[in-house]
Structure formats: C-alpha cells, structure tokens
Design a protein around this ligand. Structure first.
Ligand SMILES: [Zn+2]
Ligand SMILES: [Zn+2]
Length: 207
C-alpha cells in the first residue's frame, strides 16, 4: 500500500513529502526544503528505504535538504535537465537573497522528458511541466498521487514571472494536468493537498 506524509519545512513553508510502499519499504523524498529531524525520525520509525530524492524544480526552498538527506540515506538526487544547474548555483536557485547560499550536490539522475522510475511497489511517471521554471516537473505516483511542486496549488498556480520561468509554456503544462484522472490526490509544493476533481472545480486557472 502506498503511504504519504507531508512535512511543512522552512520559512517559505514548503511541503516536503515522504512517499513509500508499506510492503517493500521503498520510498522517495520529494522537495526536502531543509535538513529536518522530523523527517529523519519518520523515515527511521517507518523503516523507509529512500531510493530517490526528487526535486520538482530548482528553487532553494525545494532543495535545501538534498545534501543532508543524501548523506543520511544514500539516495540518488533527481531533477529535470533544465533546472539541474540551479542545484549548485545560489544565484540561480534564489537562495542568495536570503543571505545563506544553498548548494546541493549535483544530480545523480537528470530527467529529459517523460520518463519513468520503477521501484518494487512504486512507479513514478515524470511529467515535464515548464512554466514556474523551465525544468519544473510533476510526479505521478502509482496513478494515485500527483506531486505538482510550484506548478499547481489548490486555488492558484505558481508564479511565472521569475528569471527562470517560461510563462508561455504554463498553459500547456496545466492542460497536461487537467487531462489526468480526477481521482488523483494533488500534493502541491505549498499549502494544502486536495483531490484533482476539487481543484478542477475551485481553481480559477484551470477553468
Ligand atoms: Zn518555486
Ligand atoms: Zn516553492
């Protein structure tokens, strides 16, 4: 059975998710904003074997815990090609303005398009959804959940007026999500999760 838990981390209140299969223990961390004892304790308590640390995009508030969790778990860091450079560049990942430059290790896995990652018990389908950043992705998990990062929130969408944004691509990216099953749980990068069916009804950007 697939199990997920949300942790709200860092001063931008980023949602970090631990998702795992209760049978095999295989799991992933998505968007570790900062090093977190709470997440560490949860992983240990549940006996989760973290295989991948996946960043929905390269902004500092989604990658600040990469280094910590890679050291802790030995998992591989994965991000889309078009955001990969942001991991190691505090100027590009916007951490410089906070006064504390965030640097992640370089990625072990680079997504180019719509690839799949398979673990026993968990299938991840990567959907490239440029807009908020050029390398933003959504992650479909077992056709039950979709992690949308800063592309889609409950009642709004992510900014696309930043230097690394691709505003002209946002609409097409949202169209990709709209076509998915309304039964999916949407786990966004900030604020509350909801069923896609509810978001399709409430979110003015999807009408
Ligand atoms: Zn962002
Ligand atoms: Zn964010």
């Amino acid at each position: 059975m697939l199990k997920w838990k949300k942790f709200r981390l860092g001063f931008l209140e980023t949602n970090c998710y631990v998702i795992y299969d209760t049978e095999t223990g295989n799991g992933i961390i998505v968007d570790p904003a900062i090093p977190s004892e709470d997440v560490k304790k949860y992983i240990e308590k549940e006996g989760v074997k973290i295989q991948y640390i996946i960043n929905t995009h390269g902004h500092f508030d989604h990658i600040g815990g990469n280094s910590y969790f890679r050291d802790l778990t030995g998992a591989k860091i994965a991000i889309h090609r078009e955001d990969a450079h942001m991991l190691t560049d505090p100027l590009r990942n916007h951490s410089e303005w906070t006064g504390v430059g965030v640097i992640s290790p370089a990625p072990d896995i680079i997504f180019d398009n719509e690839e799949e990652l398979n673990m026993q018990g968990i299938t991840l389908k990567i959907i490239h959804t440029p807009g908020h950043t050029r390398g933003s992705i959504c992650i479909l998990v077992n056709n039950e959940l979709i992690l949308t990062g800063d592309t889609l929130f409950y009642d709004s969408i992510g900014r696309s007026d930043l230097p690394e944004s691709a505003p002209e691509k946002m609409k097409k990216s949202l169209d990709k999500i709209k076509k998915l099953s309304p039964h999916l749980w949407v786990l966004p990068g900030h604020a509350a999760p909801a069923k896609l069916a509810v978001i399709l009804e409430k979110n003015p950007y999807l009408v």
